[in-house]
Design a protein around this ligand. Structure first.
Ligand code: HEC
Ligand code: HEC
Length: 507
């Protein structure tokens, strides 16, 4: 068998394996099981006894909420606050209140176990009514859990992953991607990608703005790739599939990996090493959330003497690695050790050597810092420090500080109970950071962050600052040798946001 026929046979075998995974889909976590009958009995009790404080939808915004010292809990996020778990027993006890230690007196919520059993002469009957009411309320609360959002995201992701695990390895090989033999399967995968990205974007609309923005970007690109392929531009489609991993990484690198997320299937092991260079492997692992693999792969890449330090830098592997360690893996000590080894290479140009030294020192400092109590304040100080060093100290030298600040800010906006003013501040800072270190104007996360800051604080100084920066950022982005060329829709959007930032147009 000639080598090309053999590799085609291997490819077919691998394709068959991927094809079946495509149809089977990937596994994702189970939603919280609910007894619908009991939940239906709980619904009217909830409206009668609980809605005054917790709100008709349980979001903690009932008419009586304002007069309480402790704000009533947002009952749609009971599971979200507990990493996806809904502990029946604990919640039943909290509602009942008779068995909680030290709760009497300090507790602002009535002791429902007492309320429900009042005025019933037979103590046995009183007890069963109290317990029964609490049980049906617990069941009803389960139906309110918006953790369904997370389940929905993961379901869409499983489909996107199924499509990408087929498309990505194939797109590394022009011959295969453009081969008619693979057309039906590629068409099937691109159409799955298109549909699931569209549905992710649809459901992303109701979520926080950066998520909505990135899911929309993914969906627009997935549609574009699909159409180009259908129109016979396989080469362009192939290239765009490869660049799509930037969007996966942009979204996945915002927060530390959830501790209860199942590791995604290690499909990289199925791709023969000779088909995939180590840096590409690292990127794919990152894009598909195999964070530990990605970490090890990047470290191997940075230590590889066959690739020059300059190329490693230009190809963005240092940035990817630092972002992964600081934001997702949260292991600055490990990153400092890696840079120590990288800095000892003899082929670093002077500018890169200076940067690497800055990064290593900053990472060591992060490793010494303990837990952060006030992430927003720490991040603000870090950004101010980096900004005040400009322009003598260039933005890349401050990369570690900017990345750390962005990690803290992403966490501070994800926290329950952050006020609109705090969120606006955080998004303004995220916008500043992204405009300094963002690597893709085209994904324009800076734009999404700054727009969010403006909309969260209409008429306030934060919004005006954010607007100023946004205008500067977009003007620079659309300027070329031919001068500034803001497209009409961008100009219109800016006009609207300026109105909001000045408090003249409602947000
Ligand atoms: C008078 C206002 C008020 C009413 C009415 C009220 N609650 Fe609460 N509830 C609170 C407050 C305040 C808290 C948060 C702190 C605390 O425990 O005092 C709370 C907390 C809770 C929690 C804890 C959430 C968690 O994640 O730990 C649950 C569960 C709960 N309420 C359920 C109910 C149910 C069910 C009802 C109706 C039977 C109800 N509440 C009626 C004020 C109220
Ligand atoms: C708009 C944000 C966003 C984009 C863009 C995005 N993802 Fe995700 N992805 C998520 C979130 C959120 C999760 C779920 C994390 C969790 O809850 O554990 C996830 C989870 C995953 C998982 C794990 C699935 C599971 O069962 O837990 C894989 C694999 C994945 N994404 C692949 C991709 C690939 C490949 C791309 C690019 C084509 C991509 N994602 C683009 C947000 C995104």
């Amino acid at each position: 068998m000639t080598s090309s026929r053999r590799s085609r046979a291997v490819a077919r075998f691998v394709l068959a394996a991927w094809g079946s995974a495509l149809l089977a889909g990937a596994a994702f976590a189970q939603p919280i099981p609910v007894d619908r009958t009991l939940a239906e009995l709980g619904a009217p009790l909830f409206q009668r006894y609980c809605a005054s404080c917790h709100g008709a939808q349980g979001r903690g915004d009932g008419p009586a909420a304002g007069s309480l010292k402790t704000p009533p809990a947002d009952l749609t996020r009971i599971a979200a606050r507990r990493g996806g778990r809904f502990p029946d027993g604990e919640i039943a006890q909290k509602i009942d209140g008779r068995f909680a230690i030290g709760a009497h007196g300090s507790r602002e919520m009535p002791v429902w176990g007492e309320v429900f059993s009042q005025g019933i002469p037979d103590s046995g009957t009183a007890e069963s009514i109290a317990r029964g009411n609490v049980a049906v309320l617990v069941e009803y609360l389960k139906t309110l859990q918006t953790d369904g959002d997370r389940q929905a995201t993961r379901a869409r992701m499983a489909e996107i992953f199924a499509a990408m695990r087929f498309l990505l390895p194939l797109s590394l090989d022009a011959g295969k991607f453009e081969d008619e033999l693979h057309r039906p399967r590629i068409e099937q995968a691109l159409s799955l990608l298109d549909r699931s990205a569209a549905s992710l974007a649809e459901h992303g609309r109701a979520q926080e703005v950066p998520f909505a923005h990135l899911s929309r970007a993914l969906s627009i690109d997935a549609r574009d790739i699909h159409i180009r392929y259908q129109q016979g531009h396989a080469r362009e489609a192939r290239y765009l599939v490869l660049t799509l991993t930037e969007t996966c990484v942009a979204c996945h690198s915002r927060l530390p990996a959830a501790s209860d997320a199942p590791p995604s299937e290690a499909f990289l092991t199925e791709v023969p090493a000779r088909d995939l260079r180590a840096p590409q492997r690292a990127k794919l692992a990152y894009a598909t959330r195999q964070f530990e693999d990605a970490e090890a792969l990047y470290e191997a890449v940075l230590a590889d003497p066959a690739v020059s330090a300059t190329d490693l830098d230009l190809e963005g592997h240092l940035d990817d690695y630092l972002e992964l360690e600081i934001r997702v893996r949260q292991d600055p000590a490990r990153a400092a050790r890696t840079l120590e080894r990288f800095g000892a290479r003899s082929d670093l140009p002077p500018a890169l050597r200076t940067e690497v030294t800055h990064w290593r020192d900053a990472l060591r400092q992060l490793a010494r810092r303990g837990a952060v109590d006030a992430p927003l304040d720490v991040a603000r100080a870090e950004v101010q420090q980096a900004e005040s060093g400009r322009p003598e100290r260039n933005d890349r030298e401050s990369l570690v500080e900017y990345l750390d600040a962005s990690a803290l800010l992403h966490r501070s906006v994800a926290v329950d109970g952050a006020s609109a003013a705090q969120q606006a501040d955080a998004f303004l800072l995220l916008g500043v950071i992204e405009s300094r270190i963002g690597r893709s104007f085209w994904l324009s996360q800076a734009e999404a962050y700054l727009e969010t800051a403006i909309r969260l604080a209409p008429g306030k100084p934060v919004a005006r600052n954010a607007y100023g920066l946004l205008e500067e950022y977009l003007t620079a982005g659309y300027s070329g040798s031919a001068g500034t060329n803001l497209p009409p829709d961008v100009r219109q959007k800016l006009e609207l946001l300026r109105g909001i930032s000045e408090g003249q147009v409602p947000g």
